[in-house]
Design a binder for this molecule. Structure first.
Ligand code: UT7
Length: 344
């Protein structure tokens, strides 16, 4: 059977570092470094400058992943982009990324399919499962999977919005999922779930398509979006509670399916939403700290990008060796969640 393995990885974060103190001094948010660090572990995040969008960051991560895989953009058969912050309402970021990779240019243009995945913090895991299924089914040999977010453009950087806006940062991570006939490596399985009863616990509505028109229209044909529709809202405590139980459940499901114990996993790459969530899960699992790298301190929560960024950092730092068993897992808005097991 054809196996799907990760042949290359890359990531990009914008150069502008925004510390917790910068939220106070530059944006006027009433908060403290201590509050944010104690509750979340976040010390800083990156914000992209005006003019930079999701596919601009995704293309940098994608190019690095292609180089690592020793591939050219024209080797790709499919592009999957996971994001909750596409450039526009439609089309998605996938086609912008396709253009920026040069796939639409000249006589050698290759109009590969481009798919957007809208599953927020679990978006990378949903995108990965799509890529793996395409490769295993023989529909693609090389699939580019990007998780990329431009949160800074859509955060309520005021005291009213601080519960959400102090958590998020910008960035992109990419992996190339490739076909292989070697049975001893590759993605062993991706285990996804969702619970729509919590769809409005963490959301950013912007419009209501049941209304006519979907955004209240002014006499001059412009629209007005009320603050409660414009900004993301979250019941943080409820998300926290579900994140712990559900992520543990997804991990156990993956372990049971492969008849392995938690101790057989060499590296855990958690979604980086809150250091306390991850530390709590680590305690429950009795996993040594060195098996659970974090980068939330430096980047905050980059939603669909957290796992591929952390994965690329670990690969480049030599923390992942051939034969290692790596586990990705996370939960986010929807709720959507997932766990994936990979043999390097
Ligand atoms: O990736 C998506 C998934 N998201 C998550 O996994 C997030 C999960 N939840 C969390 O990480 C935590 O719930 C938060 C970090 C978001 C919040 O921590 P909390 O301990 O649950 O605090 P809280 O929301 O209950 O807020 C407690 C207080 C409130 O003040 P009052 O109403 O008690 O006076 C907030 O207004 O803390 C206040 N607060 C802040 N204070 C200073 C909220 N944000 C801030 C802030 N600085 N940045």
């Amino acid at each position: 059977m054809v196996q799907a393995y990760i042949s290359g990885t890359g990531f990009y974060v914008p150069p502008r570092v925004v510390t917790n103190d910068d939220l106070i001094h530059t944006y006027g948010v009433e908060t403290t470094n201590e509050w944010i660090v104690q509750r979340t572990g976040i010390e800083a995040r990156r914000f992209a400058d005006e003019g930079v969008g999701t596919s601009d960051m995704a293309v940098k991560a994608a190019r690095d992943a292609l180089v690592a895989a020793q591939l050219e953009p024209h080797d790709l058969d499919l592009i999957v982009v996971a994001t909750l912050s596409p450039e526009h309402a439609f089309p998605g970021s996938g086609v912008f990324l396709q253009q920026k990779l040069g796939l639409c240019d000249g006589e050698s243009a290759k109009f590969v399919p481009a798919l957007d995945v809208r599953n927020q913090c679990s978006g990378f895991l949903y995108a990965l499962s799509t890529a793996v299924a395409h490769v295993r089914a023989g529909m693609a040999r090389h699939v580019l999977v990007c998780g990329a977010e431009t949160h800074s453009a859509a955060l309520d950087l005021s005291t009213d919005g601080r519960t959400v806006s102090s958590l998020f940062g910008d960035g992109a991570g990419a992996v190339i999922v490739s076909a292989s006939d070697r049975d001893d490596r590759g993605v062993r399985g991706v285990y996804l779930g969702a619970d729509g009863r919590f769809a409005e616990v963490l959301c950013q509505k912007i419009w209501d398509i049941r209304k006519r028109p979907f955004i209240p229209k002014n006499p001059d044909r412009s629209g007005t979006v009320a603050p409660e529709m414009l900004w993301a809202t979250m019941d943080g405590k409820l998300v926290f509670k579900h994140a712990v139980g559900t992520m543990l459940g997804a991990l156990m499901r993956a372990c049971t399916a492969h008849k392995i114990g938690v101790e057989d996993i060499d590296l855990f790459l958690f979604h980086q939403a809150n250091m306390r969530i991850n530390q709590f899960i680590a305690q429950q699992l009795h996993v040594p700290d060195e098996k659970i790298p974090h980068n939330i301190q430096r980047y905050g929560n980059t939603t669909a990008a957290t796992i591929p960024i952390a994965y690329d950092e670990c690969r480049r730092a030599g923390r992942i060796k051939p034969g290692n068993l790596v586990c990705f897992f996370g939960l986010g808005a929807g709720f959507h969640w997932g766990a994936a097991l990979l043999r390097e």
